[in-house]
Design a protein around this ligand. Sequence first.
Ligand code: FAD
Length: 317
Amino acid sequence: MKVIDTLNKAKDTVLSFEILPPLKGKGINSLYQGIDPIMEFNPRFVNVTYHREEYIYKKREKGYLEKVSIRKRPGTVGICAAIMNKYDVEAVPHLICGGFSKEETENALIDLNFLGIQNVLALRGDARKAETSFMPEDNGNKYASELVQQVVNMNQGKYLEEEMKDANKTNFCIGVAGYPEKHFEAMSLKADLKNLKRKIELGAEYIVTQMFFDNAKYFDFVDRCRKHGIDVPIIPGIKPITSLKQIQFIPKTFHISFPEDLSDALEGCKTDLDVAKVGIEWGIQQSQELKAEGVPCLHYYTMGTSESARKIAAHVF
Ligand code: FAD
């Protein structure tokens, strides 16, 4: 079922979560072990992230360095097919502009369509680690809005080859990303909302937010979206913090801040277990308040470890 239909039909807040493909070399069972415990809470869809290639330098003979392109977490499309085959749940692959020409995107969408996958989250992706800003591929999409347009075109039977007649119309439901604390490159939240609205006007049907730890920021974001005429469902993204490393990593990587109460609680943590306990308590509080306010769905970022999301879900659902 399409995510938008699930959201429209639901009488109460539903649950969904996001997983990362396993690191190259690990089997799919490592992924199932993370999914199994959450299935009892009847998630309606599972998002699978996409990780683009990165360049690394390998030392060769005589000290030469060879630039090699590697993907540490391949397999998004295969994982989606495997999840839909094993569980009674929709899989939502993340599709990014980075690293893809429009033709490669078109071919990926054809594969997804053949597999019976009806949902995609359309994203731009970030710059490669070695680059200072995002660089689209030659003849690739530059912004998520262009990717949305490409998917919408295929839904209308318009492929890149304009002469193609009677081409199969795909039937994707498209989600996009939104940022309660502003996307870090945007001049202002207002400018960011203008760009978000463009994605909706082109045909995206719902928004999933970047993680946030202060519900007031989400409520304010939803208000601003509504005032700007963005009227699609806005799914809050919740990240249970699970390790000492994440205390620094999360604000730096995702350009978000912790509220003072949370940072005070985290300051007292000495071990990953202490952090996970705080993360679970915070996640429960956040989720209960959002659910009480009638959000359409609570979307949990597991980042490879689902135990905290499971404990939060056990309290909330
Ligand atoms: P866009 O909507 O294209 O926006 C990017 C920036 O450009 C914003 O500042 C926006 O305001 C601005 N902008 C947009 N359109 C225009 C325009 N026409 N002119 C000028 N400026 C414009 N990354 C991955 O690599 N893989 C994933 O699986 C992944 N999953 C994610 C899931 C969620 C829910 C979220 C919130 C993010 C995810 N990301 C993922 C990260 C995402 O790719 C980055 O945040 C990226 O920097 C922006 O992506 P976007 O789709 O929001 O881009």
